[in-house]
Design a binder for this molecule. Structure first.
Ligand SMILES: [Zn+2]
Length: 103
């Protein structure tokens, strides 16, 4: 019975804050927009990501100084995440590991 299969819901939860969000088969670990806004580098400085141009490309900057941030790695609430250019444009940030809570 496909329509009552567990774990195949059309809605999903943000892997960081558990906010309900639309499921994305392409980006199953994508975080919500509120979590995008909390992304920091490994030292805790706020970073943000955007498309370099209309044709795409991922670029990052530090929010405070607008210096370029050259990594796609970031942290949200202590969870290691990676930013990438989204398939349809824009930026998606996905959580890389969720099993650090007991560390
Ligand atoms: Zn979130």
């Amino acid at each position: 019975m496909e329509d009552c299969r567990e774990g195949a819901s059309v809605s999903a939860a943000c892997p960081i804050c558990a906010a309900p969000m639309e499921a994305s088969p392409r980006y199953p670990r994508a975080v919500c927009l509120a979590c995008h806004a909390r992304a920091v580098d490994e030292t805790g400085r706020r970073v943000t990501f955007f498309n370099e141009s209309f044709s795409g490309g991922l670029a990052g900057v530090y929010v405070d100084t607008r210096e370029p941030y050259r990594l796609s790695l970031c942290f949200i609430d202590g969870v290691r995440c990676e930013a990438q250019e989204a398939h349809m444009g824009g930026v998606v940030i996905q959580a890389l590991s969720l099993d650090m809570t007991g560390d």
